[in-house]
Design a protein around this ligand. Structure first.
Ligand code: 13P
Length: 335
């Protein structure tokens, strides 16, 4: 696969003022979200919900791509238009979550490693035929007493690198996501230290596995205080520490970095991204690949009247895309 094509796709994913909407919740995860708003988690409800999101008018003004779950990539609109075609026609790159989720790491209580490498070459070939242009793999790193261990970090980096190399072989841009969870009462300095080690390990593994950085996107977690830490870092501190961590670990040849929202509320996710982009110029575009911080408001509205509220739910999706798109340029103002 030519690096030019991969690089072109990667650059399009982080085009100025654009980011990614992550709607790749597994059936188990979307069930939790649906349960929260009293919606039954049927295949048809999942399809209708994703159609509402992807059908948002003018979404491509601020959204370059969407990450789908396996089931969604095979689904279509009510009128029978496959979602991948709907997106391609709208100028939105179809992406696919290809990992099979985290499982307990044997011998390391409290730590997990992401599975999904077996058969991945064949799955990627099929996903490419179905229209996927990029793929996501999420590793999960927990912070706690004596964790993360070096073994856990290495095992996850190794899996990320093997997945990324397979993606590039299939002509698909890997979006490598090592998520350092916000759960815990640790302070922001601990989050910084862990994130730094994790990113160092990841880029070393990518190098060892001959992954072309020019055709790779990093999906990063921000450096933040643990959710239960009594001393919560403010917007400027989060922006400054996240940037410092990224500058010291992420090669400049990477076409771009997008952030996950990880449980931050809508306002914080946007404000943090905006603040970082105001610190420019930066070595790479910094944008978003938010799940909850793109969808939460829309899900609440949609759940109240699945058909009647489609347009109003879509307005909030568009509004979140616009706000985050402005934040990707450092041009967002609150309210
Ligand atoms: P959140 O933005 O809700 O963390 O989801 C992004 C994502 O894709 C996590 O893998």
């Amino acid at each position: 696969m030519s690096i030019d094509l991969l690089a072109e796709t990667a650059q399009a994913m982080v085009a100025p003022g654009k980011g990614i909407i992550a709607i790749d919740e597994s059936n188990a995860t979307i069930k939790k979200r649906f349960d929260g708003v009293g919606i039954e988690c049927t295949e048809e409800n999942r399809r209708a919900y994703r159609e509402m999101l992807l059908g948002t008018p003018n979404l491509s003004e601020h959204i370059s791509g969407a990450i789908l779950y396996d089931e969604t990539l095979r689904q279509a609109t009510r009128e029978g238009i496959p979602f991948a075609r709907l997106m391609a026609d709208a100028g939105i790159l179809p992406g696919i979550k290809v990992d099979k989720g985290p499982v307990a790491l044997a011998g390391f209580p409290g730590e997990v490693v992401t599975e999904g490498l077996d058969g991945l070459r064949e799955r990627l070939r099929e996903y490419a035929l179905l229209g996927a242009r990029f793929a996501k793999w999420r590793a999960v790193i927990n912070i706690g007493d004596d964790i993360p261990s070096g073994t856990c970090i290495e095992a996850n980096s190794h899996a990320l690198a093997r997945y990324a190399a397979l993606c590039q072989e299939a002509g698909i841009v890997p979006m490598v996501e090592p998520e350092v969870l916000m759960d815990g009462d640790h302070d922001i300095d601990i989050c910084y230290e862990v994130t730094e080690v994790v990113l160092r390990s990841l880029f070393s593994a990518l190098y060892d596995h001959n992954v072309m950085l020019e055709g790779t996107i990093l999906k990063a977690s921000m450096v933040v205080s643990g959710k239960d830490c009594p001393d919560q870092a403010g917007v400027d501190e989060v922006a400054e520490m996240t940037l410092r961590c990224l500058r010291s670990t992420v090669p400049a040849s990477l076409p771009g970095i997008v952030f996950l929202s990880g449980g931050q509320n809508d306002h914080d996710a946007t404000a943090h991204l905006n603040a970082m982009n105001q610190y420019g110029p930066l070595p790479w575009p910094l944008s978003f690949s938010y799940g909850r911080a793109m969808q939460s408001a829309a899900l609440k509205l949609w759940s109240k009247d699945l058909v009647g509220n489609v347009a109003v739910a879509q307005q909030t999706v568009y509004g979140r895309a616009r706000d985050n798109g402005l934040a990707a340029l450092g041009q967002w103002t609150a309210g």
